[in-house]
Ligand binder design. Structure first.
Ligand code: ASP
Length: 448
């Protein structure tokens, strides 16, 4: 049995959903289907989830919602009419939205329920369409499927008891269409995963039903060795390990949600990234281990908007508890960190810039000065991180030398290097303005 997840662009219009129908028809093993909300049809289109978030915000601000609600309903009507499905589905979607808006629950709860409408409606539409093709298909609500989550609105975590419940889905007849992106708490509250979370649902369902394969259908032929927006027509990755994918997706490879691999990984279910628009292409396989690393560097990922909190104090190495106190300040201020390369007398803590408002920055710097008495404390903004990823990196001689020569050829200064404890990646911090040059040069060195 396979689980096939279709992303936003695969269900963005009637034409796209017809492709989804053919893909499902082609392989009777595709028994569990997980869908996203309709995404963008073209570059400057809007995703249904973004529209639903706007609808929620407008409603919370007591502003008129008609324009935005019409936009949402027009998108759904167009899809439903294009697939020649019953208009009753449109009424059902509108009714669901209206009843959420008029309910007396908290805004946080309302927001999650509204956000879920995209996926929920998508699943109803796809299952009705499959039935219209003569297939036996059912819409399954995540509660009935057994997707139980923690009570963290907008950032749910799966609860372990879900998996045994999901296993029972194996006994069902026909194709089960499940909306992605949300689950239910023990008290029956609907809670969504973080953005892009339909990938997580797909992986959870695959782990729960112990699928032979988790197919993740998107709009690219494969995962690429570098970001195609930086290097034209980069090489495709045919296979990579869970660990490699985790590192790549963490640092800016947007094909797959970085939390989504964990459930599949735990059950050792292979994942295949495929293209709805070109399903014959083999795609990229993600597996637990590769027989032999043909090439030790599989990909180069990068992301911007990082900052470096730098703290230096003479004899820091002898001061017991220095690191703990520094991290405690960050924890108190609700800030998580990404990397923490350190030296004898100094420590750098790399943070996502979005967390560090100017107000937070002042508080943190003041607290560090008062509580840790450093010689220097500074914050550098607008950094980019580059990760060179591959399981074979640790055991191959000369990777760092090749990488540093690529930076020097691109005339980009390396601010930070961290090979750290990870066995699969080497990280470089640079000023964001040099990013494209650096990536192009690294690509030349490692892949051409
Ligand atoms: N529709 C949700 C989002 O845009 C979840 C997803 O598509 O995976 O974040």
């Amino acid at each position: 049995m396979k689980v096939a997840k279709f992303g936003g662009s695969s269900v963005a219009s009637a034409t796209q959903i017809k492709k989804v129908g053919s893909i499902i028809q082609e392989d009777p093993q595709r028994k569990f289907i997980v869908v996203s909300a309709p995404g963008k049809r073209h570059g400057n289109d809007e995703k249904i989830t973004d529209l639903l978030i706007k609808l929620a915000d407008t409603h919370f601000q007591h502003q008129p919602i008609d324009a935005i609600l019409n936009k949402i309903m027009n998108r759904f009507s167009e899809i439903i009419e294009g697939l020649q499905l019953s208009k009753a589905i449109i009424d059902d979607i509108l009714q669901s939205i209206k009843s959420i808006l008029s309910s007396t629950i908290t805004d946080e709860r309302k927001a999650d329920r509204l956000k879920s409408i995209g996926e929920d409606s998508s699943a109803k539409i796809v299952s009705a369409y499959l039935s219209s093709l003569g297939l036996k298909a059912n819409y399954v609500n995540p509660k009935d499927a057994g997707i139980m989550v923690s009570n963290e609105p907008g950032n749910a975590q799966i609860l372990s008891e879900s998996f045994a419940k999901l296993y029972k889905l194996r006994e069902t007849q026909g194709i089960q269409v499940i909306p992605g992106f949300f689950g239910y708490t023990a008290d029956d509250e609907l809670v969504t995963f973080s953005r892009g979370g339909s990938d997580i649902t797909g992986s959870i369902v695959a782990a729960g039903v112990k699928a032979s394969l988790y197919e993740n259908f998107t709009d690219v032929d494969s995962v690429y060795t570098v970001n195609p927006q930086i290097v034209q027509d980069p090489k495709e990755i045919t296979s990579l390990t869970y660990k490699e994918m985790r590192e790549l997706s963490y640092a800016g490879f947007s094909v797959f949600h970085d939390e989504a691999l964990i459930p599949a990984f735990k059950e050792k279910i292979p994942v295949c990234i495929k293209n709805t628009n070109n399903p014959k292409a083999p795609g990229t396989m993600i597996v637990s281990s590769k027989l032999q690393a043909e090439k030790c560097v599989v990909g180069i990922a990068s992301d911007t908007e990082f900052c470096n909190l730098y703290v230096s104090k003479y004899l820091m190495n002898r001061e017991l508890g220095f690191g703990r106190k520094l991290f405690q300040i960050l924890e108190d201020e609700n800030i998580s960190f990404e990397h923490a390369p350190s030296g004898i007398d100094d420590m750098s803590v790399i943070l996502r810039q979005s967390q560090l408002t100017l107000e937070k920055e002042t508080t943190i710097v003041e607290r560090i000065k008062n509580e840790l008495h450093p010689d220097i404390v500074s914050i550098e903004r607008d950094l980019a991180m580059i990760m060179i990823v591959g399981e074979g990196i640790m055991s191959t001689v000369g990777i760092a030398q090749k990488a540093t020569s690529a930076f020097s050829e691109a005339n980009v200064n390396i601010e930070m290097i961290n090979q750290g404890s990870s066995e699969v990646s080497m990280m470089f911090g640079i000023k964001a303005e040099g990013l494209n040059r650096a990536i192009q040069s690294l690509y030349r060195v490692f892949f051409t």
